[in-house]
Design a protein around this ligand. Structure first.
Ligand SMILES: *Cc1c(COP(=O)(O)O)cnc(C)c1O
Length: 233
C-alpha cells in the first residue's frame, strides 16, 4: 500500500473512532481530502484508495489540476479557500461547491455564473470566530443579515457553515470555536432550514470537531504529508 493509501486508512479509522466516542455514526461525517500545494498525482493516489471528496484552496491551482481530476470520473471538489469576485465564473465552472462565502456580492456573482451554467451550487458561509485580522469569514453578528441576502440568490443554495479556528498545537484550543459554530448553526437553522452542514476540523483537531458536531472534516497533512513551506494557511 502506498503512503497516501495508508494514511487514508488510518484517518478513516480515527474518524470512525471519534464518531464512536461522540455517539455518532461514521457516515454522519464526511472526510474531505485537502491536497493544496501538492501535485495532482496525490489526488489520483487518494482516488485510487477510494477517496471521492476533495477540497482545494485556490481557484488557479485547481484549474491546473482540473482536467486530470475530471478524468477520474466520480469526484466532488469543493473550493475551501477565499473566492475573489473576479474568479466567481471560473469557480462556478470548476467546483461542485464553494465552502467559503463571506460576502453577499460574491454570492450574487457566483449564483449568476452558476445559473448561466444551469447549475445550483451548494455553498457554506465561512464564519470568523476569532478576531485575528488575517482570517476570512463573516462576523457572527452579521451572519443573519448575510443569510437573508444570500438565501434568496438563485443559482446557489446555502447548506451550512464553515470555520477555521486559530492554529494551535493543542486540539482542545479549537473546541470552543467548534462549539460556537454548532450553536450558531442550531440557532440559524430554525429560520434557514437548509443550514445544516458544519465544515470544521483539520488534521490535528478533527477528533474534537467531530465531538462538537462536524459534518465534514477537512484533512490535508494527515493524508498527504507535510506541505512544503511557506504554506501554513
Ligand atoms: C489547508 C487547509 C486544511 C487542511 O489542513 P491540515 O492541517 O493540513 O489538515 C483544511 N481547511 C482549510 C481551509 C485549509 O486551508
Amino acid at each position: 500500500m502506498g503512503q497516501i493509501a495508508e494514511n487514508l486508512a488510518r484517518v478513516r479509522e480515527e474518524l470512525a473512532a471519534a464518531c464512536r466516542r461522540a455517539g455518532r455514526e461514521p457516515d454522519e461525517v464526511a472526510l474531505m481530502a485537502v491536497g493544496k500545494v501538492h501535485p495532482v498525482e496525490f489526488m489520483e493516489e487518494a482516488f485510487a484508495a477510494g477517496q471521492r471528496l476533495f477540497g482545494e484552496n485556490r481557484v488557479q491551482e485547481f484549474e491546473a489540476k482540473a482536467e486530470r481530476v475530471r478524468a477520474l470520473g466520480d469526484v466532488e471538489v469543493h473550493l475551501i479557500g477565499p473566492l475573489q469576485n473576479n474568479k466567481t465564473a471560473k469557480a462556478a465552472a470548476l467546483f461542485r461547491a464553494v465552502d467559503t462565502i463571506d460576502e453577499a456580492k460574491t454570492a450574487v456573482r457566483l449564483g449568476a455564473a452558476a445559473a448561466a451554467l444551469g447549475r445550483v451550487i451548494p455553498v457554506l458561509i465561512e464564519v470568523k470566530l476569532s478576531p485575528e485580522e488575517t482570517k476570512h469569514g463573516v462576523d457572527p453578528s452579521a451572519l443573519t443579515t448575510l443569510l437573508d441576502q444570500v438565501s434568496v440568490v438563485a443559482g446557489i443554495e446555502v447548506r451550512g457553515l464553515m470555520t477555521v479556528p486559530p492554529w494551535s498545537e493543542d486540539a482542545e484550543t479549537a473546541r470552543p470555536y467548534f462549539r460556537r459554530l454548532r450553536e450558531l448553526r442550531d440557532e440559524l437553522c430554525v429560520r434557514f432550514a437548509t443550514v445544516r452542514e458544519l465544515s470544521m476540523g483539520m488534521s490535528n483537531d478533527y477528533g474534537v470537531a467531530i465531538d462538537e458536531g462536524a459534518t465534514t472534516v477537512r484533512v490535508g497533512t494527515a493524508i498527504f504529508g507535510r506541505r512544503p513551506a511557506p504554506d501554513r494557511a
